[in-house]
Design a protein around this ligand. Sequence first.
Ligand code: PHE
Length: 340
Amino acid sequence: MLESQLQNLAASARERILSAASPEQLEAVRVEVLGRKGALAEISKGMGKLTPEDRAQIGKLLNTAKNDLEAALEERRNRFANEALQARLDAEWIDVTLPAPGPRPGTLHPLTRIQQELEDLFTSMGVAVLDGPEVESEYNNFDALNIPPDHPARDMQDTFWLGDGLCLRTHTSPVQVRGMAKLGPPLRMIAPGRVFRNEEVDASHEHTFYQLEGMMVDRNVSIAHMLYFMKTLLSHIFGREVTVRLRPGYFPFVEPGFELDIQCLICGGPGCAVCKQSGWVELLPCGLVHPNVLRQGGIDPEQWGGFAFGLGLTRLVMMRYGIDDIRHLQSGDLRFLRQF
Ligand code: PHE
C-alpha cells in the first residue's frame, strides 16, 4: 500500500522533473517532493508506525527514490544551465578575427568639395586662384568697385560695419581689385570665399554664404566670351545642360550687367521655397567690367576690357545636391553632413 503510493509519487515527480519548462518550475517540484516538508519527508515521518521489516523495505525504496529524483533534478538543472550558456554565447558572439571598424573618417563639406572641383577646373584652364581677406576695407568692398559713399547701391547690400573703414566683405568682388593690382593685364582669376550680409535668415538667405568671383581682363573681351565661360562652368558642375536665362541686371562695377538664372533644380520649375516660387534661381550675376573699375585698378580701359561674374557657390551647392534649406549648410548637424 505505502509501497505503491511511494512508487506513484516517484514516477509522477520524475515525470514533472523531465517536463519542467524552466529552472523555477524545477525548483517548485524539488520543494514539493524532496523539500524538508515535502512528500517524501511526510512518508518517512510515518515510518515509525511500520513493522521493522516494512520499515527496512520502505526505507530502502525511499532512499532509492530520493537518489533517483535528485539525480534527475541535477541532470535537468545542468540542461537548463547549458541552454542558458548557449543562448548567451549565440547572442554575444564576437568574431575576434574581424578587422576593427576604426574611427569614422570625416568627409569634406559639400561647399568645400564644389569649391575644390571648381578650382581644379579653372586651374586647368590657366586661371589663377586668388584669396582675399574676409575683413575688407570699405575702399576695396565699395569705392574701388565704382560704389562711392553716397551711391544708392551701397544699400543694396546690408553690410556688417566694423568701424575704422573696415567691414565684413559683402561679396568676393573686392578680390577683383586685389587681383588687378597683383596680376596686371591681361589676367584671368577666380576667388572663392565666404561673404557676409546683415540679412534676415530664411530657407534661402544666410548672413554668411559663399561666392566664387571670376574676372578676365584682356584685349577685345566680349559678352560672347563671358557666356562661353559661364556655360562651360555650369555644364561642368551639373554634368549636364541646365536651362538658363539671361536678364539685364544692375551692378555698379559692370556695364552692361546681367543676371544669369538657372531653372530651379530643386522643384524643376513649378516653384518652391528655394526659388521663392518663381521656378528660377539667380546664380550668376555678371557683366563687362566697368571702365571706372579698370581705371581704379590701374588698367587703361581704352586698351583693355574684361568680364566678371560672382557665382553664388552656396546656391550652387543647394541646386546640385537638392538641399532645400540654406541653414543646413552651417548647422554643423552631423546627420546632414554625413550624407556627403
Ligand atoms: N558682387 C556681386 C554681388 O555679390 C555679384 C557680381 C559679381 C556681379 C561680378 C557682377 C559681376 O552681388
